[in-house]
Write a protein that binds this ligand. Structure first.
Ligand code: ADP
Ligand code: ASP
Ligand code: MG
Length: 607
């Protein structure tokens, strides 16, 4: 007999008929001899409807009242599903998050789960009942027992957290598509279903906009090695297995508040090539990295900062022994890169041999803006200047001067309390859990149309500036993504300055601007620029490590479509480009096509 946690999303319980169909499916699993906990979302678009109602009353309602309102959606669907089960002769009981004891921190609308009391559920299961639990909600750990919600899409997180706490044999996420696809099948109808995907890859995809799974659910599955499957509530298909590395029994206390950083990694075998003042038009990155790829040079980090007038800067890192070849490629191409064919000034190539990369890594940093900020602060306190920053949801890497690497590592170990944990030099990623044929370098493509870009111009180039900016944003709980420092130095009043650009959730953009403007003035920076009409398109795959040419292929697909790249940021297993909002969907489609991810079957997605 297995204990299974099943989760049914909004569209799976959107009507009475759908709820009855779910009840049939649940009973089938129970009749097969399994114990069941079923987590449900609110019916259909109920939560969106409630948000709309609130907005008709107040443009900025209190977070507490939003939780009171939004948590009602799930209370309806648990009662109805429980009734449907009882009607079919299956003993069942519905429980709210508070009744179960899903204890969260007291952060309304974005609470993290601290622990789950399992006694009541276990008692009901022992009595032969199916326990139907409201997803997305919990109860605060304060004496006032406040109702909290976990953030939109949070029912996935409730389900995986319950599976971890109950040590369930499996967690099944039922949704309106047959599993995880190479990209959103609503935007690319010939996207292909994946039989399995690693947690690391899914974490990137989920946080880069693939809403089929909530990233925090993937994080918990990874931390507690919960066997996780995503499948359709409409069909009998096998779905997609999300694989995680084995874990030795972690305590379920502080569930979502484990150490945010698991490891400090460093790599001293790095050198940097920058091209300054390359023209800001489609095809430049494609040409440069196409040439680099043809020479079989493996590039690690790539960043392209936002444009200034009509040019921008591109920088990338390679291993030290390939620096000369990389420099030669860059120098050969530079004279052909002029903002206008007749312009006198060509792109300038800069090379830095004495650099090193230091990274903090851990699945627990998702949605916790304070973690990156803490890294920048620790480096600032140790007077380590940051030359390049590259971020992903589970890793923040900084390129620093090689002679400061020891100070950087010890400052980070101290700051993140990792003195006893292994510090790892760069190493190949762990092999996937399930032996399968070598996977293509790119597994999936994601589009995020909910981001905005901010830039602060002319920030003094000295240690501590990134820390000041990102600590301030973190204090206001604004998560930052894709942080990019320009390579170009501007001398303002005799002092070198650089620009920093980054992306935030569009809903946070105005707040971020208001918070940063006084700081920019205080630090003597120029203006804070906001652009909300952007889209971020990303490719993800563990196989892209040591696989030159992936970046070039992505840039080339965009160039052929004449889509201009506004920003580039990479981590080990992803490459993200910011493009203008209107090109977002097209960019996704052409990149998906370029990596030959399309299948022959077209999937019909329920409306
Ligand atoms: P639920 O209500 O079941 O939680 P969601 O709407 O939150 O469902 O998530 C399912 C949707 O995620 C799909 O309908 C699909 O449009 C979208 N999606 C985005 N990226 C992907 C992907 N890579 N694979 C599958 N679905 C995706
Ligand atoms: N009902 C909530 C939402 O729409 C939670 C969920 O469906 O996962 O965001
Ligand atoms: Mg969802």
């Amino acid at each position: 007999m297995a204990l299974i946690v099943q989760k049914y999303g909004g569209s799976s319980v959107g009507t009475v008929e759908r709820i009855q169909a779910v009840a049939q499916r649940v009973i089938k699993t129970a009749k097969a001899g399994n114990q069941l906990v079923v987590v449900v979302s609110a019916m259909g678009k109920t939560t969106d409807g409630l948000v709309k109602l609130a907005q008709e009353i107040s443009p900025n309602p209190s977070r507490r009242e939003m939780d009171m309102l939004l948590s009602t959606g799930e209370q309806i669907s648990i009662a109805l599903l429980s009734m449907a089960l009882q009607e079919l002769g299956q003993p069942a009981i519905s429980l709210t998050g508070a009744q179960v004891g899903i204890v969260t921190e007291a952060e309304h609308t974005r609470a993290r789960i601290l622990n789950i009391q399992t006694e009541r559920i276990e008692r009901q299961i022992e009595q032969g009942k199916v326990v139907v639990v409201a997803g997305f909600q919990g109860i605060s750990n304060t004496t006032d027992l406040e109702i909290t919600t976990l953030g939109r899409g949070g029912s996935d997180t409730s389900a995986v957290a319950l599976a971890a706490a109950l040590r369930a044999n499996r967690c099944e996420i039922y949704t309106d598509v047959p599993g995880i696809f190479t990209t959103d099948p609503r935007l690319v109808p010939n996207a292909q279903l994946m039989a399995e995907i690693t947690c690391d890859e899914m974490l990137e995809l989920a946080s880069l906009g693939a809403k089929v799974l909530h990233p925090r659910a993937v994080e918990i599955a990874r931390n507690y090695a919960v066997p996780l499957v995503v499948l359709s509530s409409w069909t009998e298909d096998k779905g997609t297995l999300v694989t995680s590395p084995p874990r030795v029994g972690r305590p379920v206390e502080g569930l979502e508040l484990v150490y945010p950083v698991d490891a400090i990694e460093f790599d001293t075998d790095q050198a940097k090539v920058s091209l300054l003042r390359v023209p800001d038009r489609p095809g430049i990155a494609a040409r440069l990295f196409g040439e680099i790829g043809r020479c079989n040079l493996d590039v690690d980090l790539i960043i392209q900062s936002i444009h200034e007038l009509n040019t921008n800067d591109i920088a990338f890192t390679v291993t030290k022994n390939t620096l000369n070849s990389a420099e030669a490629v860059a120098s050969a191409i530079a004279p052909t890169l002029r903002s206008q064919p007749s312009a006198a000034e060509e792109a300038e190539v800069l090379v830095e041999r004495n650099i090193a990369k230091v990274s903090i890594a851990g699945a627990g940093m998702i949605g916790r803006p304070g973690v990156a900020a803490q890294m920048f602060q620790a480096l600032a306190d140790a007077e380590v200047n940051i030359l390049m920053i590259s971020t992903s949801e589970v890793k923040v890497s900084c390129v620093v001067e090689a002679e400061r690497i020891d100070q950087a590592i010890s400052a980070l170990c101290k700051s993140f309390d990792l003195s006893t944990s292994p510090i790892v030099g760069s190493q190949p990623p762990s092999p996937p859990l399930i032996a399968s044929p070598p996977s293509p370098p790119v597994r999936g493509v994601a589009l995020d149309m909910k981001q905005a870009r901010l830039a602060i111009r002319h920030i003094p180039d000295r240690p501590g500036m990134a820390a000041k900016i990102f600590v301030l944003l973190a204090q206001k709980n604004i998560s930052v993504d894709m942080i990019i420092q320009s390579q170009r130095c501007h001398i303002i009043n005799g002092l070198p300055t650089r620009d920093i650009a980054f992306t935030v959730a569009r809903t946070d953009a105005e707040d971020a601007r208001k918070i940063l403007e006084p700081l920019a003035a205080e630090l003597g920076c120029a203006e804070v620029v906001v652009d909300t009409a952007i889209a971020k398109v990303s490719v993800v795959g563990s196989g892209m490590i040591n696989h030159p040419g992936v970046a070039a292929q992505m840039f080339d697909a965009l160039a052929k479509e004449k889509i201009n790249i506004q920003m580039i940021a990479t981590s080990e297993i992803k490459i993200s480009c910011v493009v203008d909002e209107q090109s977002g969907v097209k960019a996704l489609q052409v990149i998906h096509e370029a990596f030959e991810l399309a299948g022959t079957t077209k999937i019909e997605v329920p409306a």
